[in-house]
Design a protein around this ligand. Structure first.
Ligand code: SF4
Length: 85
């Protein structure tokens, strides 16, 4: 489901097709000044893009990431039970 559009790259802008997961990867590279190692080392586990930052689905993620996801889901469930969400 790639969609054609114009997006930012390290050298400016580019027109092309990006799948959602590739678009996330580009955003993470942009966030980290196009430093691949910085994307890998990202410590913002609460970022909505965190599990997808390596250009793969969230199924392929680190143990720390899954722990953060489980905590977030637990917190969401708690808030939901209180009527917060
Ligand atoms: S996951 Fe990390 S690198 Fe990607 S956008 Fe969020 S903070 Fe930036």
């Amino acid at each position: 489901m790639a969609i054609e559009h114009i997006y930012k790259t390290k050298d400016g802008t580019q027109a092309g097709k990006l799948t959602p997961i590739k678009a996330i990867r580009h955003k993470c590279l942009d966030c980290c000044c196009w430093q691949i190692n910085e994307v890998r080392a990202c410590s913002v586990k609460t970022c909505a893009l965190y599990l997808y930052r390596m250009g793969k689905t969230g199924r392929v993620c680190s143990k720390g990431a899954t722990d953060a996801l489980q905590k977030a889901r637990s917190m969401q469930k708690t808030l939901s039970n209180r009527g917060g969400f």
